[in-house]
Write a protein that binds this ligand. Structure first.
Ligand SMILES: [Zn+2]
Length: 201
């Protein structure tokens, strides 16, 4: 399927090149910790979709394997301009789905640190990508807690996975439960994590 479309970029952010020469998303204003930066809607598209995205930096061909997240049945979640969000192990945003928004595929990117105008906005891919199919990579983010090899939540050791149960999205949580059901049943979890996992066990 051939798609050509204009990137709809919220005015509070912009696409720019990073120091390493990749396109990234940058803040055009300050944001405080806890503030929602923008919302976006993802679309579920076939893996062989051929997308040209028209952006202020030119028309960019979107490689579906690199810039989208694999779900099931040969389909992938495609994020439009938000495909350019780069990973950091010490990311300054998380994505949030408000109740009722699931059906519209709408999510918000929320600041989890104070962000200044000009800062790059980053996300931790491990929280929403089970296996980083098509885009696993060695991370150069430089964070103290850098995971080095980013191969999705699936690739973390079980103790680290337990630590981040409250950070991952629903799709990743479902896959985690399917993969580790028995271990999760016997695991020591915080009350909040237990409440989140229990209905799926
Ligand atoms: Zn890193």
């Amino acid at each position: 399927m051939k798609i050509t479309e204009v990137a709809e970029i919220p005015p509070q952010v912009e696409l720019k090149y990073t120091a390493k020469g990749f396109i990234g998303i940058f803040a055009r204003q300050n944001f405080s910790t806890g503030e929602d930066i923008y919302s976006n809607i993802y679309r579920v598209l076939p893996e062989d979709s051929d997308i040209d995205l028209i952006t202020p930096l030119g028309t960019i061909h979107i490689d579906m394997k690199v810039h989208s997240v694999k779900q099931n049945n040969g389909l992938r979640d495609y994020y439009g301009f938000d495909s350019f969000m780069n990973h950091s192990c010490d990311a300054n945003t998380i994505s949030i789905v408000y109740p009722g928004d699931e059906q519209f595929n709408r999510y918000y990117n929320r600041a989890v640190k104070d962000i200044r105008a000009g800062d790059e906005i980053t996300a931790n891919y491990l929280y929403f990508d089970w296996d980083c199919d098509g885009h696993s990579f060695d991370c150069l983010c430089g964070a103290k807690n850098c995971y080095k090899h980013i191969r999705g939540f699936k690739d973390l050791d079980f103790a680290s996975q337990l630590e981040h149960i409250m950070d991952i999205d629903e799709a990743t949580l479902s896959k985690f439960v399917v993969a580790c059901r028995d271990k999760l049943r016997g695991a020591e979890l915080t009350t909040a994590a237990r409440a989140r996992v229990q209905p799926l066990l």
